[in-house]
Design a binder for this molecule. Structure first.
Ligand code: MRU
Length: 361
């Protein structure tokens, strides 16, 4: 029998092979292929092409990636080592622009080097290894905690709509938006999950529904333009989505189409929850309009998944990968340190104070 996708690590460091180990998500659900990446170009490409994707998983992959780059640095002094480390960090940071976890994880890795100025490269490599492993392990705790807070917002049997994939495949384990569903399953609960297919890259159809079915959840895939109907039918009790970057005022960037779901949810009086590790909250960005939105290739819209091109040659294509949901459309933001509600500028202070009390920067 084929191995359940949920028992395979989404992203990990393979200590024997000294490689970044990922599930190639571009092949799912048809084929479960594990990749072992050692070269920086291959790690960059895996992030850019969404072989590894989802904000927390990208952060973990980058942390492991930059550690692997550091291992290869042949410098005997601190300054030479740091110069090369910085270059490797900048290279991986340029793979995707919107998910702040990428920069957050790489900055954490750089801080290790800066906090140990003057150390030998051998010692720095050891410290970087430990930090990458810690970032990955923390992600599991963070997601579990988000799942527990999120589970408190729903009841057994509820219909839940989700957009894109903010599940285990987007993190190390559990996911963010799908963590309440996974934890609920562990406690014997079940939900009716509706996965928006999520054009153009189909993360909902290919990934969320795959992992929900694997978890034994009652799962229905819908095209993005069917969300209004299922909400009107009364089938949805709550929407749960992930996010790539939250501004200080609570505006949240997530997969393109998320803001439309939030507008519909408001119209039908359905709570709309954004699940966000604190590493996804970017307090340096005042509001959503300041978040850089990645634009991707036109072929993803016109050709990908089709047997033949489905738009005339020469037509203009607009393909933003994310949109920003205004804070006013968000019922609450679920973090690992509790549930934040408007005004977010205030509630985030409480969340970050709890994080500091827990000894986390
Ligand atoms: O382009 P992707 O597939 O990386 O986009 C992913 C999303 O938009 C997720 O919802 C977000 O990163 C949160 S993952 C827990």
């Amino acid at each position: 029998m084929a191995e359940n996708i949920l028992s395979i690590d989404t992203v990990a460091l393979d200590e024997e092979k000294n490689a970044l180990k990922i599930i190639d998500q571009t092949k799912l659900p048809g084929k479960v292929e594990i990749l072992y990446l050692t070269k920086q170009e291959a790690i960059y490409e895996a992030i850019y092409l969404l072989k590894v994707r989802g904000a927390p998983a990208i952060g973990v992959a980058a942390a492991i990636g930059v550690y692997l780059a550091a291992r290869e640095i042949n410098e005997s002094g601190y300054d030479g080592f740091y110069g090369k480390f910085k270059k490797a960090k900048e290279y991986l940071a340029s793979s995707r622009p919107t998910a702040v976890n990428l920069f957050w994880a790489l900055d954490r890795m750089e801080k290790v080097v800066l906090d140990h100025k003057g150390e030998t490269p051998a010692k720095l490599k050891e410290l970087l290894h430990d930090e990458a492993v810690t970032i990955r392990e923390e992600d599991i705790w963070v997601c579990k905690s988000i799942g527990e807070y999120g589970l408190g917002l729903i009841k057994n049997g509820d219909g839940i709509l989700t957009h894109c994939n903010a599940g285990q495949l987007a993190t190390t384990r559990y996911g963010t938006a799908l963590a309440p569903i996974h934890l609920g399953r562990e406690k014997g609960m079940n939900f009716k999950v509706f996965c928006d297919e999520t054009r153009p890259l189909l993360q909902g159809a290919r990934l969320s529904s795959f992992e929900m079915v694997a978890a034994g959840v009652d799962t229905t895939v819908i095209c993005d333009n069917m969300a209004s109907m299922v909400m009107k039918n009364g089938w949805i009790k709550a929407c749960f989505v992930g996010c790539d970057r939250v501004a200080a005022n609570g505006d949240a960037a997530n997969k393109i189409g998320t803001s439309g779901v939030a507008i519909l949810a408001k119209h039908y009086g359905i709570p709309f929850y954004v699940c966000a590790p604190t590493s996804t909250i970017d307090m340096s960005i005042k509001e959503g309009s300041d978040i850089v939105i990645e634009e991707r290739k036109p072929e993803e819209v016109t050709e990908m998944w089709y047997k033949e091109r489905m738009a005339p040659a020469g037509v203009k294509v607009f393909n933003p990968a994310f949109d920003v949901t205004d804070n006013g459309l968000i019922t609450a933001i679920v973090t690992e340190f509790g549930i934040a509600r408007a005004p977010y500028t205030e509630s985030f202070k409480t969340i970050f104070a709890k994080k500091a009390n827990a000894g986390q920067a």
